[in-house]
Ligand binder design. Structure first.
Ligand code: ADP
Length: 231
């Protein structure tokens, strides 16, 4: 059994490094290509602007991946800042963060919360919820609705993000929490996704001694539930 565990660990590390090197190599190759084009004397000003813009975009992408990777290893950090935080403040921060993207896609966000406080790191909790909402917007049709429910029972506090998007197949539910996995690669890249958002949410929930559950039905939508211990 121990042997099997070791093999699995090494394989998943290899897959991670393979994916990471691909994710970084793709934008780097573009940066090299466009900077070589820029060097050529016969570029028009208009072309130069265009190439510079591509170079900026691709550099930002690498920068973004770098930041997210740091977050993935956050769980090794000691400075996890947990305290009782006001849920009202969390949602007002989140509304600011996602407002633009909601309006741009004409999506209605409905928040129903009966929670007063939650115990955890405010920055990380805001990041994981806004990440789930952002994913939900990516899969939602123009004019549709996203619902966020926050409630508790004796054991846990729950924050749910519900969308009416395309849903996720059983097989993909397992895979989307793996780093760099995307169901629709082309579309997800266009949205700026590197497939690190959900692994980060999962890490954040582990830090909180909680977990993330995914329920989904193809063609109907998905429910992402963050479960925190009731403290
Ligand atoms: P990304 O940054 O690419 O969005 P995530 O780790 O957040 O990375 O998500 C991984 C993949 O899971 C996405 O590319 C998308 O295909 C799928 N996914 C995430 N959220 C949803 C959702 N609410 N409905 C359907 N598919 C989703």
């Amino acid at each position: 059994n121990r042997n099997k565990e070791l093999v699995e660990m090494i394989t998943s590390k290899e897959v991670f490094i393979d994916n990471l090197s691909h994710e970084i190599n793709t934008p780097l190759t573009s940066i090299i290509g466009y900077s070589e084009l820029l060097e050529k004397a016969n570029c028009t000003d208009e072309q130069k602007q265009k190439f510079l813009k591509y170079i900026q975009q691709e550099s930002k992408r690498i920068n973004d991946i770098h930041k997210k990777l740091l977050l993935l290893s956050y769980k090794k950090k000691a400075d996890f800042d947990a305290k009782h935080i006001e849920v009202i403040n969390v949602f007002s921060e989140i509304e600011k963060l996602v407002r633009f993207k909601l309006e741009e896609n004409n999506i209605n966000l409905q928040i129903n919360s009966s929670l007063k406080t939650i115990y955890g790191d405010e920055t990380l909790i805001i990041m994981s919820i806004s990440n789930l909402i952002s994913n939900a917007i990516n899969v939602s049709k123009n004019g549709s609705r996203i619902i966020v429910n926050a409630f508790e029972d004796n054991n846990n506090k729950y924050i749910q993000v519900i969308d009416e998007g395309q849903g996720i197949s059983k097989e993909n539910i397992r895979k989307i929490v793996e780093p760099f996995y995307r169901v629709d690669k082309a579309r997800s890249r266009k949205n700026g996704g590197a497939g690190l958002g959900l692994p980060i949410c999962q890490s954040i929930m582990e830090l909180h001694n909680g977990n993330m559950k995914i329920d989904s039905e193809l063609g109907k939508g998905s429910i992402f539930t963050l479960e925190f211990p009731n403290m």
